[in-house]
Design a protein around this ligand. Structure first.
Ligand code: TXA
Ligand code: MG
Length: 321
């Protein structure tokens, strides 16, 4: 049976209801879900990912009404945004209700919430009849999975079930906006372009860097990193420039004839940012499996989904921020 089948989704929901953990597809990346109101199950998610407990999880809902189970108050800007963009790659951080377990929010007074735009994710959450806490389904610090195969390779033997929904349409994680302070703040650029968000609620500030605590604790500098070092560099140099190192290239668009280098992964032949985002993690994973000494990545324009792509490339190269 194909895993989009409703009986498999029902089985997955039963597993989560009994305190198990299940990997499931969303439009952004695959998540590793547990019942958000079952702290023991959530603890297993942290354990399997080897994720530090100071890094809170996103709670996934299947209907906007569920916001009320999680947040004390829903600002009018949030109402406008979710009306327009949910289900979709937008996560909002709101002041949390006491009932939300501390392990989910890493003891913060806020909770991150999103409604994924994927039929399997939505029916799973519906069947669980409770919000589902889910980080990306990868070991902590590694790239997020954009296919069931990626999840299987890295966490397969440690989780109760993987729902296979094929490759993720968006390919980078959700955009996170915090509404816990005086003004909305961008905590993580992602699958929904900042421009689209600003067209509804006006200017959104980037997280203030002088803040003591990082806005999204998961935004560590070397996050989303492959094993192979990545270097961001505009234009190709000849492979000789890398002194006998085995180098692979991550090209944004199709390189010209004079730039015939191997191995190369082209994110989008025509230079389309959406397509590039959708291909990003799988392309890096393929290069990462070749035992190269270095991956040289071509920068992409920093607008629309290009912000999320550049953010992930900088972090993968250890030069976040
Ligand atoms: O697209 C996505 O967002 C995917 C899919 C599965 O929904 N999820 C995802 O989760 O990327 P994760 O755990 O890999 O990243 C969640 C980020 C982390 O950087 C975390 O620190 C931040 O969200 N976060 C969670 N709760 C927060 C809170 N209360 N305040 C600030 N940041 C928070
Ligand atoms: Mg993650």
């Amino acid at each position: 049976m194909d895993s989009t089948g409703s009986s498999l989704i029902r089985e997955a929901a039963q597993i989560i209801k009994r305190g198990g953990i299940v990997a499931f597809p969303t439009e952004t990346v695959y998540g590793l879900g547990a019942n958000a109101f079952n702290p023991l199950a959530v603890a297993r998610v942290f354990e399997v990912k080897k994720r530090p407990y100071f890094d809170p999880l996103i709670v996934h809902v299947a209907r906007s009404a569920d916001l009320e189970k999680l947040a004390v108050e829903i600002p009018s800007d949030v109402k406008k945004l979710i009306e327009r963009f949910w289900p979709g790659p937008l996560t909002v951080v709101l002041r949390k209700k006491e009932e939300v377990p501390d392990i989910v929010t890493a003891g913060l007074s806020t909770v991150a919430i999103r409604m994924p735009d994927h039929p399997i994710a939505l029916s799973l959450i519906e069947e669980v009849e409770s919000p589902v806490a889910a980080p990306s389904a990868n070991p902590f610090g590694y790239l997020s999975p954009t296919s069931a195969e990626h999840v299987r390779e890295q966490l397969g033997h440690q989780i109760d079930l993987i729902l296979d929904g094929g490759p993720c349409r968006v390919g980078v994680e959700s955009t996170i906006i915090a509404f816990s302070g005086e003004r909305p703040e961008l905590l993580r650029p992602g699958g929904l372009a900042l421009e689209e968000i600003e067209s509804i609620i006006g200017k959104v500030d980037a997280r203030r860097i002088e803040e003591e605590k990082p806005g999204a604790p998961g935004m560590l500098v070397t996050h989303y990193a492959p094993r192979t070092p990545i270097m961001l560099q505009r234009g190709y140099q000849t492979p000789e420039a890398f002194k006998g190192k085995k180098v692979g290239f991550l090209a944004f668009r199709k390189p010209g004839e004079e730039m015939r280098v191997q191995p190369v992964e082209v994110l989008s032949e025509k230079g389309n940012l959406r397509e590039a985002a959708a291909n990003l993690f799988a392309a890096i994973r393929r290069l990462d499996s070749l035992n190269l000494d270095l991956i040289v990545a071509e920068p992409v324009p920093e607008a629309g989904l290009g912000r999320a792509i550049m953010d992930r490339l900088r972090r993968a190269s250890g030069k976040g921020e």
